[in-house]
Structure formats: C-alpha cells, structure tokens
Write a protein that binds this ligand. Structure first.
Ligand code: NAD
Ligand code: LMR
Length: 328
C-alpha cells in the first residue's frame, strides 16, 4: 500500500533553480521512491511568470511521474503554503556580477516577512522550511521571526552547496572519490566569510588533514575557492548556479527528512547557543539527523584560527540580522 501524499511548496517555481528542482522532487529523489508528493508552486502574480509556471507544469505532467499526486499553481503564499509539510523558499532575486549576496537584502528581505507570516498562518505545524533565496541565512532568520507560532527549529538555510563544494575541492586535492569524504563542516554564513573546515574530515576512515598537510593551501586556496565559488560561477555562466543549488536543496531536505545514519552534513539552523553562537542566529553547523530532527555535532575543538574564522562570519551575520530588525 503506498504512503499518503505529502505537500511540498516551492517558491520561485518558474525560475532557474525551480526548473532544476521540481522534476527531481516529483521523481522521488528528495523524499524517497515510495513517497507521493503534491507540488504547491508559487510564482509572482506577473503574467509572464505565471505563464512560465504553466509551461513548467505542462512539462511535469508530461513526465507522468507515478509519485506526483497533484500539482497546484499559486500567486499568493497564503494558498501556496496551505497545509504544506515541506517548503522550499527559492523565489528571490539572484545577484549579478560584482554584487555580494548581502546586497540582495534590500530587494529580498520583504519577501521573507510575507512568506514567514503566511507559513505561520496556514502551513502544517511540523513544516520543514529550507530557505535558498539569498542572502539565505538572513532570509531564513526573517522568515523564522515572522512565524512565531511555528517552532524556530523548523526554519533552516542552505549551506549544503558550500558543503558539497568543499567536499569536491578536497576530493580533487587528494585524488580520492568525493563520496568517501566524511565529517566536513561549514560554519556560519552562506557568503565568502563561511568557514569550510576539514580538520575532522576523514576519507575511508583516514584523517584528511595529515593527508593534505598543507596549511598554506587551506588558507590561500581552499577557503577562498569554496567561499567565492558562487561568484566564479556567475562570472563564467553569466547566471548564478542553478543545477548544483537544486541538487544541494534536494540533499538538504532528503537528509533532514530521511536521516543521515550518523554522517555529518552542514545545515544553516537557528543556534541553540552551541560553540558560543548566540541563540537563534541562523548559522551553518555540522549536524547529524535522525527521525526528522537534526542535532549539532558537539564537542569539536575550536583552535585559534578556526575561532577567528567563526568570529568573522558571526560578525557578518549579526550585522545582517541587525540590519533587518525594522522588518521584524
Ligand atoms: P531566478 O531569477 O531564475 O528565479 C527566481 C524566481 O523567483 C523567478 O521566477 C521570480 O519570478 C520568482 N520570485 C521572485 N519573487 C518571488 C516571490 N515573492 N514569490 C514567489 N516567487 C518569486 O533565480 P534563481 O537562479 O532560481 O535563484 C533564486 C534564488 O536562489 C536567488 O536569490 C539566488 O541568489 C539564490 N541561490 C541560493 C543558493 C544557496 O546556496 N543558498 C544557491 C544558488 C542560488
Ligand atoms: C551560490 O553560492 O552559487 C549562490 O548563492 C548564488 C550566488 O549569488 O553566489
């Protein structure tokens, strides 16, 4: 007997990331090959966007996905988020060349107060929310603060793309398969201040740090490459990352919903005070997940350089979050 369908809301559904994301959700890559889904798709009311959404829906229909139990098109978050079990908040303006993600705050912050309030009013009380739209951490913070009746822990920001980028750089450096790398962490903000940390990482159980044994590479190549990868993609493609972002969103939601079996992944989550990060700051932490709940990996030693990096990304996030106080 098949499972009862769950409701998955996706905003910005006719955008680049939406196009790389929806077909994978509908085929079961996010919530499992036995989990039917109803897609509740949100776009702005603008005629062009709604028409583009219609086209995407026609294509979804033409895939005849057995797990796709329904598709809805919306232009109002109050209907798009009705009873939703999962919400992927992608819809927002992307940056262009020469911009930092924080430059998008003025354009995008308002979207997340409106959508946080709508989630608060109509979503399932257990809704799992992932914010992808940039600046992702602060937008997730805004949505969380705009939804006081939902548990704060249900709001998360996407740091998984940074985690996957870090894994890929380490695989290239060591010549080992990317799938064999475990225990990576990316601390802080989805911005160039993020701290990608492989001090605890292993490959097939063997420690990565002595294998690389190159602190100069860590500081002057690895960290800037991972931190500025989004800008490098914009410079090369003329558009911001889309397929890899959609892939990271799938990874984030799948791991949150279905568990990591003890493996570490990175999620942007409201801090519980761990590692001296003030409560509620939306911060990238290494976590494990089980039964739909995430848990911060505890007890990691933070050396002087790591503390410096964590302080820097925390200061940036605190500034961003102070800058949106008037919206909350
Ligand atoms: P895009 O411009 O191709 O698509 C965005 C879509 O969102 C558009 O169709 C637009 O009409 C829609 N939209 C805008 N405001 C909306 C609203 N209020 N409600 C519903 N829909 C709305 O952009 P994209 O390339 O898909 O990127 C989307 C966002 O994701 C950007 O902010 C981008 O910077 C961000 N992003 C984040 C990460 C990450 O790792 N966190 C990675 C890549 C991109
Ligand atoms: C990314 O990291 O690729 C995205 O956040 C897009 C961007 O603006 O860098």
């Amino acid at each position: 007997m098949s499972k009862k369908p769950v409701r998955v809301a996706v905003t910005g559904a006719a955008g680049q990331i939406g196009y790389a994301l929806l077909f994978r959700i509908a085929s079961g890559e996010m919530l499992g090959k036995d989990q039917p889904v109803i897609l509740q798709l949100l776009e702005i009311p603008d005629e062009k966007a709604q028409n583009a959404l219609k086209g995407v829906i026609m294509e979804l229909e033409d895939c005849a996905f057995p797990l796709l139990a329904g598709i809805e098109a919306h232009s109002d978050p109050m209907t798009a988020f009705k009873d939703t079990d999962y919400a992927l908040l992608v819809g927002a303006r992307p940056r262009g060349p020469g911009m930092e993600r924080a430059d998008l705050l003025a354009a995008n912050a308002q979207i997340f107060t409106v959508q946080g309030k709508a989630l608060n009013a109509v979503a399932s009380r257990n809704v799992k929310v992932l914010v992808v739209g940039n600046p992702a951490n602060t937008n997730a913070y805004i949505a969380m603060k705009s939804a006081p009746d939902l548990p704060a822990k249900n709001f998360t920001a996407m740091l998984r793309l940074d985690h996957n980028r870090a894994a890929s750089q380490i695989a290239a450096k060591t010549g080992k398969p990317v799938g064999s790398i475990e225990k990576l962490a990316v601390w802080g903000n989805h911005s160039p201040t993020m701290y990608a940390d492989y001090r605890f990482a292993t490959i097939d159980g063997q420690a990565v740090k002595p294998l690389i044994n190159d602190e100069e590479w860590n500081r002057n190549t690895f960290l800037p490459t991972v931190g500025k990868r989004g800008a490098a993609i914009i410079a090369a493609r003329g558009l911001s990352s889309a397929a890899s972002a959609a892939n990271a969103a799938i990874d984030h939601m799948r791991d949150w919903a279905l568990g990591t079996n003890g493996k570490w992944v990175t999620m942007g989550i409201p801090s519980d005070g761990s590692y001296g990060i003030p409560k509620d700051v939306m911060f990238g932490f290494p976590v494990t997940t089980e039964n739909g709940e995430y848990k911060i990996v505890q007890g990691l030693e933070i050396d002087a350089f790591s503390q410096e990096c964590i302080n820097k990304t925390l200061a940036e996030l605190t500034d961003e979050q102070n800058g949106v106080k008037h919206l909350l």
